[in-house]
Design a protein. Sequence first.
Length: 427
Amino acid sequence: MSTYSTITEQLDDAEAARTEGRRKMDWARQHMPILEALREEYEADQPFAGQRIAMAMHVEAKTANLVELLADGGAEVAVTGCNPLSTHDDVSAALDAHERITSYAKRGVDDEEYYEAIHAVLDISPTITVDDGMDMVAAVHEDYPELIDSLLGGCEETTTGVHRLRAMDEDGALEYPVFAVNDTPMKRLFDNVHGTGESALANIAMTTNLSWAGKTVVIAGYGDCGRGLAKKAAGQNANVVVTEVEPRRALEAHMEGYDVMPMAEAAEVGDVFITVTGNRDVITKEHFESMKDGVLLANAGHFDIEVDLAALDDLAADRYEAREGVEAFELDDGRRLNVLAEGRLVNLASPIALGHPVEVMDQSFGVQAVCVRELVDNADAYEPGVHDVPDELDKRVAEIKLAADGVEFDALTDEQREYMGSWEHGT
Ligand code: NAI
C-alpha cells in the first residue's frame, strides 16, 4: 500500500514538474519572436530530418525552446547541461517528454555525473554538436573520435568555448567545422553586453537583497561582458572600478570614466567583485588578505576558477551559509568574505538564477538555429576548424527581430551602394 502510494506520489511529482517546466517554456516562447519565425519555416521544411543533434547547454526555459525547435524541425536531440548548477529540472523533464528529445540534464550533479551525462548524450551518434563551453567537442575528440567522420559540424555559444576551440584549431587538433556563434555581432553585442550585465547584477541583488547605490563595484575584465556590467552598475549608481590586462581595453574603460587599477589596489576598496575574464586566478590569496569585511565575490565568467576558492578556504577559520546562494568565509581576524553561487556563473548557477533576459537569448538562439541549418544545407562548404557565422545569416536574424519589433530602417540607394563600393570618388 505504502509502496503504491509512494509510486503514485512520484508520478504526480513528475507530472507536476513537466507541467511547470512547460509553463516556463511557454512564457519564454511568447517573447522569442525570432525562434517563432524560424519555427514556422522549420516545421514546414523539416530541414533536420535524419539529423541527430547532441547538445550541452544551460538547460532552462529559453534554451529549451531552441532544443524543441530543432526537434520540431525533424532532428532527434539529446541534451545535457553545460554547468553542474544551471539546469532547471522541471524544464529538463518537460523537454524529455518530447518524442524526439532525450534530456540528461540535472541540477546539482558532481563532476563524475556531469561527464557521464555528456557521454550519454554522445551515445546518440550525433551528426551535429551544439555546445556552450566546448565540453562536448572535447569529449568527442578525446573519448569518441570514431564519431568525427559522421559529424557535419558544430556550434559554440560562449567566449570561453570559442577560445578553447581556437586553441585547438591552432594546434591542428580540431577535426570538424564549428561555428563561433559567440563572436557574431547578433550574439556578442547583445547577449554578452546586455544579457550578462543585466542578469548578473539582477541575480546578485536578488540573492543578497542589497543595493548597488553607493557601492564600489570592481569588474575584472572589460570585454563585452565587462563593458555591459560596468555600464549597468554605473546606471544603478555604483562607483565602478575596472581591472584589465589588455592596454586598449583598460584605456577604453578609463575613457568611459571608470577607475582603472590593478586588482591588488581594487581589493582594498571594493564592496562587490565580479570577475568576467574567462581567465583563471583573477582574485587570489593576496587580494583576499586586503579585502574589507562583508565584501561580495561573484563570478560571471564561464568556469569557476576566476576566484581562487581553494586559497580562500585555506585562509578561512570558518565557512557557513550566510543566506541561500551566499557562503561566508570567515577569516581569523573576523572579516567575512561572501562567495555567491559557489564561484560559478552567478547569473545562471545561483539558486534563484534565471539567466539572461528572454529577448536576448532569442537572438543568440536564433543565430544557433540558422547555423545548425547552414551546417545541414551547406556542409561541404566548411573545412574542419573554427568558422565565423556567415554575415548574411547574422543580418537575417537582425531583420527578423526588427520586423517583429515593428522597427523600420533605411536601405542603401543604388547610387550609395555604387559609391560605397568604389575607390574612384575623391575630392
Ligand atoms: P572578452 O574576451 O571580450 O573579455 C574578457 C576580458 O578579460 C578581456 O578584455 C581580457 O583582456 C580580460 N582579462 C583576461 N585576464 C584578465 C585578468 N587576469 N585580469 C583582468 N582582466 C583580464 O570575453 P567576454 O565575451 O567578455 O566573456 C568573458 C567571460 O564571460 C567568458 O568566460 C565567457 O564565456 C563568459 N560569458 C558569460 C556569460 C554569462 O552568462 N555569465 C555570457 C557570455 C559570456
